[in-house]
Design a protein. Structure first.
Length: 202
């Protein structure tokens, strides 16, 4: 179940993938993952899971190491893969421990929110998940931001393939908001920096 706030967790990187943040809906079901665009959640990969992994945006696992089947296949197909330390399986669902943040404090122009404890979050099928293997973190996106975050990721992937700036403008105009624009920039700026998108087109 999606939380009221986004949770950002540090992870062990098994495969860097394309080197930028990727987002998708959580999928435990291999068939859904094989349809493309999902983040596959699996304890361990079986020999028949390669198609699901190849079409996934990322792999989240709990006990895989660098030489595990999932890590090796993820590197072969340039799919980001991360292992979540401290996460565990509650039946078929992944449960993570997320920090509970206190109120914002500011001093000398710097602001922060200190962790005051932790709580468990069960990741449901369809929750929005973003994996930034290059930074070593995974974000479980707040329910209120999920649609805009996933939409921005899909728009950026479409732009990457088609180089159609007009389609990005239409997507932004269809539900203009500062958050929507910020999520799209978070998707496109790293691509421009790494050279997979031409900054002059943006």
């Amino acid at each position: 179940m999606s939380g009221a706030e986004s949770a950002v967790l540090a992870v062990l990187v098994l495969s860097a993938g394309p080197g930028h943040n990727v987002c998708g809906r959580a999928a435990y079901d291999r068939e859904k993952a094989a349809a493309g665009g999902a983040v596959l959640l699996a304890d361990a990969l079986e020999p028949g899971d390669e198609a699901a992994l190849r079409m996934s945006e990322a792999l989240l696992t709990t006990r895989a190491g660098l030489s595990s089947r999932g890590a090796v296949l993820a590197r072969r197909h340039s799919v980001p893969a991360v292992s979540l330390p401290g996460a565990f399986w509650n039946g078929p669902r992944l449960v993570v421990s997320e920090p509970v943040l206190g109120p914002e404090e500011c001093r000398a122009g710097a602001c922060w929110r200190a962790a005051t404890g932790s709580r468990r979050r069960e990741v449901a099928e369809g929750d929005a998940v973003c994996v930034d293997a290059a930074a070593g973190r995974v974000t479980f996106v707040a329910a209120a931001e999920a649609d805009d975050r996933i939409g921005a990721a899909e728009a950026a992937r479409a732009f990457e393939g088609l180089r159609d700036v007009a389609s990005l403008e239409r997507w932004l105009a269809s539900g203009a908001s500062p958050a929507r624009s910020a999520f799209l920039l978070e998707e496109l700026v790293p691509r421009a920096v790494e050279g997979t998108a031409d900054a002059s087109e943006l």
